[in-house]
Design a protein around this ligand. Structure first.
Ligand code: NDP
Ligand code: X2W
Length: 341
């Protein structure tokens, strides 16, 4: 099957390209970028020098992509831009997996509250938000367009959704602190992301209403049947990639750590990309970088009666491109783990 990456010169695009070049069932047939059109892939992504299969960047010309032989496109574009591509590709019969936020939020008013005007609201009924370990299978036949979850949302939804559903944690007073590598901000030249600003320094940002709350709260309400409100505190950490998330939440009356792990095991038994670490052992971004895994664990604090839950993932793999490949695998009937570790 021929696939293409639109926006292949960005951070998530680069990781997608590498995963797809190593995928046993697909042929990477197009890599696009407006600013690098005409350049060999290995000249723009130096880690692929000599290994770029002769691919050359083409312009991100949506009309040409819509009439190409390519069956499935990954959109690794900023939100807003992604919708304008989907608007032409989906009616042309292409499958689209969008890494941006444009189709993650089913409720248009909720999208507009955080992102402003939507460029293709007519596609929303055909789009499905898919977090493979949580989303019921119906999406595989219903979707024309799949929204891959955000990086921070993956790090919270995977731990929280089964626990809220099982009633082992409180629905209130959920506090989430996340620490992201700087690649999470995309490949942009801004003072805030310069080496001198970010090296050996950590700071909170995006308080108190980060845009990812839109999809996290919508998904938690969907999975658990009632509204959930989170306090979300994102931080920029001095690392290239990775997200470490710590969630503090009151335990439900009588809930034990064993009940918490039982709820996780019930949801994730047999899922290759969710690893449960024993209570007392905490996940580390160093051990998930380059993998499609999310590692997580929890501990009960008898003093405060809180559970403290921690997760770690690579923002560019399970938080973006690896998860998008996992979605393609499930959508196209390939092995879920094809091309992924
Ligand atoms: N970085 C991360 O950790 C994560 C990112 N995402 C999402 O994935 C998407 C891509 O993110 P990321 O890789 O970080 O972004 P980057 O800024 O690193 O890359 C963006 C890519 O899109 C292209 N592009 C930029 N503007 C436009 C436009 N208006 N029209 C067409 N192409 C454009 C750029 O190439 P050129 O300008 O040459 O065309 C580049 O290839 C975003 O929606 C982001 O929110 C999701 C999860 C995690
Ligand atoms: C560190 C950093 O700046 N992170 C980005 C989120 C990462 C991202 O790309 O957002 P999506 O997952 O929605 O695509 C931010 O806070 O806006």
């Amino acid at each position: 099957m021929k696939v293409g990456v639109v926006g292949a010169s960005g951070y998530s695009g680069e990781v997608l390209v590498k995963l797809l070049l190593g995928h046993p069932q697909v042929e990477l047939a197009a890599v696009t970028s407006r600013s690098h059109a005409g350049k060999p892939l290995g000249a723009v992504i130096p880690s692929l020098r000599g290994a770029d299969r002769g691919l050359t960047f083409v312009d991100s010309d949506v009309a040409a992509l819509a009439t190409s032989e390519i069956e499935l496109f990954f959109l690794a574009l900023p939100h807003g831009a992604a919708a304008t591509y989907a608007k032409a590709l989906v009616p042309a019969g292409k499958r689209v997996i969008d890494l941006s936020a444009d189709f993650r939020i089913a409720d248009l008013a909720n999208y507009q509250k955080y992102y402003g005007a939507h460029q293709a609201p007519e596609l929303l009924p055909h789009a499905r938000f898919v977090l493979p370990e949580l989303t019921p299978d119906a999406w595989k036949t219903e979707a024309k367009l799949v929204a891959s979850p955000g990086c921070y949302p993956t790090s919270m939804l995977v731990p929280l959704a089964p626990l809220l559903k099982a009633g082992v944690i409180s629905r209130e007073h959920i506090v989430v602190n996340s620490y992201s590598g700087v690649s999470g901000a995309g490949k942009k030249v801004e003072e805030a992301y310069l080496y001198v600003e970010r090296a050996e320094s950590t700071k909170a940002y995006g308080l108190v209403k980060h845009r990812h709350l839109a999809e996290v709260e919508e998904q938690l309400a969907l999975h658990t049947g009632a509204p959930v409100i989170l306090q979300f505190n994102p931080h920029l950490a001095p690392m290239r990639r990775g997200i470490a998330t710590t969630i503090t939440v009151p335990a439900a009356a009588g809930a034990t750590i064993e009940a918490l792990y039982a709820a996780w095991r019930a949801q994730y038994a047999g899922r290759p990309f969710v690893q449960l670490l024993p209570t007392g052992e905490t996940p580390d971004t160093a051990y998930v970088t380059g993998t499609n895994r999310i590692d997580m664990s929890a501990v009960f604090d008898p003093r405060t009666k809180n559970f403290v839950i921690t997760s770690a993932e690579d923002n560019l793999v399970k938080g973006a491109s690896g998860q998008a490949v996992q979605i393609m695998n499930l959508w196209c009937g390939f092995d879920e783990t094809a091309g992924l570790i």
